[in-house]
Design a protein around this ligand. Structure first.
Ligand SMILES: O=C(O)C(=O)[C@@H](O)CO
Ligand SMILES: [Mg+2]
Length: 267
C-alpha cells in the first residue's frame, strides 16, 4: 500500500484544527497535509507534529484573498510581488515544519484574459518560485484542478501541467497529481499514473471518491487497483512520496465521522 497522509483541512473537521493532529495519529496516519497553516504560529504546529510523531508533507502557499474568491496568485498579471511574498512566507513555514514541498496555487483566469496569454507569466513566476525553494531545499508543486470545483481555475489537465514543468525546467518543480480532479477532467487514470510517475515529475498524489469527493471506496474510481498501480510503478522507478487523503467524510463533521470512514485504509 502507498503511504497515506491525512488532509487536516478536510478530515476531522468535527474537531478544532489543532486537535486534528492527535486524531490523525490515533487513526494510524504518520503524516499530514492541509491547505493553509497561516492562522497558526509555526511553533504551535511544529509542537503538534512532534507530540504526535507526524510528518508534515504538504501545504499551500497563501492563495491571495480567499474570501474575495482568489484561488492562488501564480497566473495573475500585476500580482508578481504578492506571489513572491506568498512563496517566501510559505518557505518560512516549511522550514519551521520541516515540510519538503509546497503547492503553488495557480489562480483563476481573470475576466477577458486567455490561458495562452497568461502562460509566459505563469512560467516566469514558477521559475522564480522554484529558485527560491531550491535555495531553501524544498520542492514546489503545481496541481491541475477541475473547473466544476473551482470554475475558471488556470490549470486543469495533467498534460498541461507536465508541459509547464518541462518549460520551466527546474528539477524541484513537480506535479501534484490529484486523482479526483484527474478523473473528473480527463479519466484514464491508471494509464496516466503509469505515464507520469515514471517521469520523476510527480511530487505527490491526492485521492477522493468521484464524484462526491467522499471516501475513496465510494464512487466510480476503484482505488484498490490504482494503489496497486502506484505501488508497482513506484517500486520500478524508486518513487517514495505520499498519497494525501483529501476528501470530505460522507458522514460529515460528526464525532467519529472521519475515523468510521477509514475502513478503506484498514482493508
Ligand atoms: O482542491 C484541491 O484539490 C487541493 O489540493 C487544494 O490544495 C487546493 O489547492
Ligand atoms: Mg488536491
Amino acid at each position: 500500500m502507498p503511504r497515506f497522509a491525512a488532509n487536516l483541512s478536510m478530515l476531522y473537521t468535527e474537531l478544532p484544527f489543532l486537535d486534528r493532529f492527535a486524531a490523525a495519529a490515533a487513526d494510524g496516519f504518520e503524516a499530514v497535509e492541509y491547505l493553509f497553516p497561516y492562522e497558526h504560529a509555526p511553533a504551535d504546529l511544529a509542537a503538534r507534529l512532534r507530540d504526535h510523531g507526524l510528518e508534515q508533507v504538504l501545504f499551500n502557499t497563501p492563495p491571495g484573498d480567499w474570501a474575495a474568491g482568489e484561488r492562488g496568485l501564480a497566473c495573475l498579471p500585476g500580482r508578481e510581488t504578492d506571489f513572491r511574498d506568498a512563496v517566501a512566507k510559505a518557505l518560512d513555514y516549511a522550514q519551521a515544519l520541516d515540510c519538503p514541498r509546497i503547492h503553488l496555487m495557480a489562480g483563476l483566469v481573470p475576466e477577458g484574459r486567455t490561458r495562452d496569454e497568461l502562460r509566459p507569466l505563469y512560467i516566469d513566476n514558477l521559475r522564480r518560485a522554484a529558485e527560491m525553494a531550491a535555495q531553501a531545499g524544498r520542492e514546489v508543486l503545481i496541481e491541475p484542478i477541475n473547473t466544476r470545483d473551482i470554475p475558471g481555475f488556470f490549470l486543469n489537465r495533467q498534460d498541461e501541467a507536465h508541459a509547464i514543468v518541462q518549460a520551466v525546467g527546474a528539477p524541484n518543480l513537480k506535479v501534484q497529481m490529484d486523482l479526483y480532479h484527474c478523473q473528473i477532467v480527463e479519466g484514464d487514470v491508471a494509464t496516466k499514473i503509469r505515464q507520469y510517475l515514471t517521469t520523476g515529475r510527480v511530487g505527490h498524489f491526492q485521492i477522493a471518491g468521484v464524484p462526491g469527493r467522499h471516501e475513496p471506496d465510494v464512487g466510480e474510481l476503484h482505488y484498490p487497483y490504482l494503489f496497486d498501480v502506484i505501488d508497482e510503478v513506484a517500486a520500478q522507478c524508486g518513487w517514495q512520496g505520499w498519497v494525501g487523503c483529501e476528501y470530505r467524510p460522507a458522514r460529515g463533521a460528526v464525532p467519529g465521522g472521519t475515523s468510521d470512514g477509514l475502513g478503506w485504509m484498514r482493508r
